[in-house]
Write a protein that binds this ligand. Structure first.
Ligand code: MLC
Ligand code: AMP
Length: 511
């Protein structure tokens, strides 16, 4: 199998009636999914998509997302993933940097894109209710169904074959500077990783995943959706996560066997289960990742749900790296060891030499799952690798003598809030432009629900008295809402060292 799209076409030939996706009232079989995907791919080629062209998905979870995702790859386009919370700063950067020609979005998404100057973007395929006709100068709109129908006439032409090297996904992920970089993943990265992952977690065709994670990030897409479609299993896809609804589904649907979530989802499930009682369920596996799962959450979950959560560790550039065992000890507070066919090690941050068990250093990984590089950023790509193809994750940790990795911190400045990454620098850059702000420092603080929350320390400009609400609103206008400060602390000055660098560890807020 060389791609997830090919896997879907193969399942469609062998078992066309088997359900692939359940979404709201719809049941979509492999046969139906494959024919929609092929039509979408043909429609793209008819429209003029060339191999390597970037097609952005700026879309909530829905079958249309899955069709457009696989269809784009089948037509040899590169899918650009876009979080639906992104606003003008992120959208302008991603669409421009990736040179997106065609976008698939909702009517609301089209509204968010319209005022931005995006000269490369020619057309938007609108899934859902069509917005009013676009104003002059804005991209052309085509309704999703009409677009897919254009593929009908071309359906007899063969589609080009995907090879392992074919670029598949451009996923933006930030770095130490405020600007996100596009991590380019190939079909080989995807297939190598999902082959290891499905084997490690004993994923079979009989499994049914309750999928409430967003499809525009690695966890929902490259673990949840890829695993399901690769193996020929099924998923109950939800638009969003809602703790009460998930509990009701676990209680009422004995066919669900798998659930994957970020720690915030587990914290909310537990809070809800404590209110209404834990459901009797038939799941064989709960997986957590994207942010640290506390041993306390692990224990309480085991007590209430009778299952030890399997924690794993991944990253956009590498998809999944480390996993606790399916069989064997799932050790709380650790992320286990490398998936089959992949390698990991701990190195000294300065010398880049491997460290013995028990010593803290940076985690490096290597294998066929590791991306080729950042989109048109050879400098950043070179910096991301050590000698001999080891990828520097930027995460700190140690490995026990028996091979379990524990993540202790991050070499880069990063806040993980509810499983979403927030780079302080990006928020600082936006807020530094606020007319009443002289200086700003953004940090992460522990939060019982989100794991970490965004807090801003602000020095007001002389003669100005900004309030927290207006600063938060200013941030929300330009950036994804989850990046806004949850708390704003006004200070006289920021602590700086002799070189003038802000010493964030000295920032303290009044209780
Ligand atoms: C939503 N909000 C958040 C937030 N999510 N604020 C901080 N952190 C978050 N994670 C804000 C919204 O901006 C909004 O603010 C308000 O909360 C309500 O929005 P909502 O859409 O109703 O949110 P909710 O349903 O509560 O979302 C919580 C959540 C979601 C946990 C379900 O954050 C989520 O799906 N997280 C998963 C992210 C994920 O998939 N990460 C994987 C990345 S891949 P306002 O002000 O607008 O009302 C990766 C690699 C790997 O990391 O290893 O997996
Ligand atoms: P992203 O770049 O959005 O893919 O986020 C990847 C980052 O999420 C990693 O570099 C880690 O910092 C973090 N992460 C993922 N899984 C875990 C985990 N199980 N425990 C701690 N951090 C994690």
């Amino acid at each position: 199998m060389r791609s997830i799209a090919e896997a879907v076409l193969t399942h469609a030939q062998g078992v066309p009636e088997r359900p692939a996706l359940f979404f709201e009232e719809q049941t979509i079989s492999y046969g139906q999914l494959a024919s929609e995907v092929k039509r979408f791919a043909h429609a793209l080629t008819t429209w003029g998509v060339q191999p390597g062209d970037r097609v952005a998905l700026f879309l909530e979870n829905s079958p249309a997302f899955v069709v457009a995702y696989l269809g784009t790859q089948l037509a040899r386009g590169i899918v650009v993933l876009v979080n639906t919370q992104y606003r003008q700063v992120e959208l302008t950067h991603i669409f421009t940097d990736a040179g997106v020609r065609l976008g698939v979005t909702s009517a609301e998404g089209a509204e968010a894109l319209q005022p931005l100057a995006l000269p490369m973007l020619k057309t938007l395929v609108i899934a859902g209710k069509l917005a009013d006709a676009p104003p002059a100068g804005a991209p052309e709109y085509i309704p999703f169904t009409a677009f897919v129908a254009q593929g009908e006439a071309a359906a007899q032409h063969p589609l080009p074959l995907l090879t392992p090297e074919t670029p598949a996904i451009l996923a933006y992920t930030s770095g130490t500077t405020g600007r996100a970089k596009g991590a380019l993943l190939s079909q080989q990265n995807i297939i190598a990783n999902i082959t290891s992952l499905t084997a490690a977690w004993h994923w079979t065709r009989q499994d049914r995943l309750l999928l409430t994670l967003p499809l525009f990030h690695a966890h929902g897409l490259m673990v949840g959706l890829h695993g399901t479609l690769f193996i020929g299993a099924s998923a109950v896809l939800r638009r969003t996560f809602d703790a009460a609804e998930v509990l009701a589904t676990l209680r009422g649907d004995p066919s669900i066997t798998l659930f994957f979530g970020v720690p915030t989802m587990y914290a909310r499930l537990l809070a809800e289960a404590e209110r209404q009682g834990a459901p009797a369920h038939r799941l064989r596996l709960f997986v957590s990742g994207s942010a640290p799962l506390s041993p306390q959450l692990f224990d309480t979950f085991e007590r209430l749900f009778g299952q030890r959560i399997l924690e794993r560790y991944g990253m956009t550039e590498t998809i999944m790296n480390l996993t606790n065992p399916y069989e064997g000890e799932r050790r709380p507070g650790t992320v286990g060891g490398p998936f089959p066919g992949q390698e990991a090690r701990i190195v000294d941050v300065r010398t880049r030499q491997p460290l013995p068990p028990g010593e803290i250093g940076e985690i490096e990984v290597r294998g066929p799952h590791v991306f080729a590089g950042y989109w048109y950023r050879p400098d950043a790509t070179a910096e991301a690798f050590s000698a001999n193809g080891w990828f520097k994750t930027g995460d700190l940790g140690w490995c026990s003598a028996d091979g379990y990795y524990t993540i202790t911190g991050r070499a880069r400045e990063l806040i993980i809030s509810g499983g979403y990454n927030v780079y302080p620098r990006e928020v600082e850059e936006v807020l530094a432009a606020h007319p009443a702000i002289a200086e700003i420092a953004v940090v992460g603080r522990p939060d019982p629900d989100l794991g970490e929350k965004v807090v801003a320390f602000v020095v007001a400009k002389a003669g100005h008295t900004p309030n927290a609400a207006e600063i938060i609103a200013f941030c929300r206008e330009q950036l994804a809402s989850y990046k806004k400060p949850r708390r704003v602390v006004f200070v006289e000055a920021l602590p700086r060292n002799a070189l003038g660098k802000v010493q964030k560890h000295l920032l303290t807020e009044p209780v």
